[in-house]
Design a protein around this ligand. Structure first.
Ligand code: 6PG
Length: 244
């Protein structure tokens, strides 16, 4: 069952997401000696990362992955890596070696192949599914107004490529069009996914994620039993009509 946490403001949502991530990272490290944390891109998670850095004082044995990246240089204003380096990495004593950046500069297909190799080699047997899919311990994800998550967009062929680890995207409706994304298979294999959405513009997408799985709403295809939505009041779906 998808867990929905609704808080009053974007600031409260950022705080809650940071607390959930810190707790899950600590739990994974205690259980398996290492924690694999996937990071969301876009603008929303920046506030969460600013809190998470100091909150999780000890960053040893944490491997940082990215849910997706735009095919731009790492220092480009559009780069998710740059947003993470300006927020989380600027606050935390995160060993550079534990940060697995997606090489967006290689382009969608070569970059996806390279990151798939890195992910395959970087997640040891203890954190794999029976089909050998790497199981990240927790992945923070954002939500687009159209129901996309990571760089899996409605109508794109990337959503269906569940057996691959990483997929190249050439026609993203959200600029820039060329991206690299973890596959839906890897997102669904994660032990936990935390979907963070704030603002009224996301309310319809949040409602769609809570509804029936719909291939036109990629975020609704995440594994419900491992998914926690954290939303503010503005993004929260309206209560069902009485008697409806
Ligand atoms: C990206 C993100 C994308 C993002 C959503 C929400 O690279 O753009 O991975 O999936 O999380 O589009 O973006 P905002 O947080 O900016 O609304």
């Amino acid at each position: 069952m998808t867990r929905l946490t609704t808080v009053a403001s974007p600031e409260a949502a950022a705080q809650r997401a940071a607390e959930v991530l810190a707790r899950l990272v600590q739990g994974a490290r205690e259980e398996r000696g290492v924690a694999h944390l996937g990071l969301a891109g876009g603008a929303t998670p920046r506030a969460t990362y600013d809190i998470l850095g100091p909150l999780l004082a000890d960053w040893s044995a944490v491997a940082l992955w990215f849910g997706d990246e735009r095919c731009v240089d790492a220092q480009d204003p559009d780069s998710n890596y740059r947003m993470v380096s300006e927020s989380l990495l600027s606050h935390a004593g995160v060993p550079e070696a534990s940060v697995h950046r997606i090489p967006g500069e290689l382009g969608p297909d070569a970059g996806a192949r390279a990151y798939a190799r890195t992910l395959h080699e970087g997640v040891k047997a203890a954190s794999r599914q029976a089909d050998q899919t790497p199981r990240l311990d927790v992945i923070l994800l954002g939500l687009g107004e159209d129901g996309h998550t990571a760089s899996l967009f409605p109508g794109g062929d990337a959503v269906a490529r569940v057996d691959e680890l990483c997929v190249g995207v050439h026609d993203a409706p959200k600029p820039p069009p060329e991206r690299i994304s973890l596959s839906l298979g890897v997102l669904r294999a994660a032990r936990r996914c935390v979907l963070l959405a704030t603002g009224q513009a996301k309310a319809d997408a949040v409602a769609a994620v809570l509804g029936e799985p719909d291939r036109h709403v990629p975020a609704s295809l995440l594994r419900r039993g491992t998914l926690e939505l954290i939303v503010d009041d503005a993004a929260s779906p309206p209560p069902p009509l009485r008697g409806a």
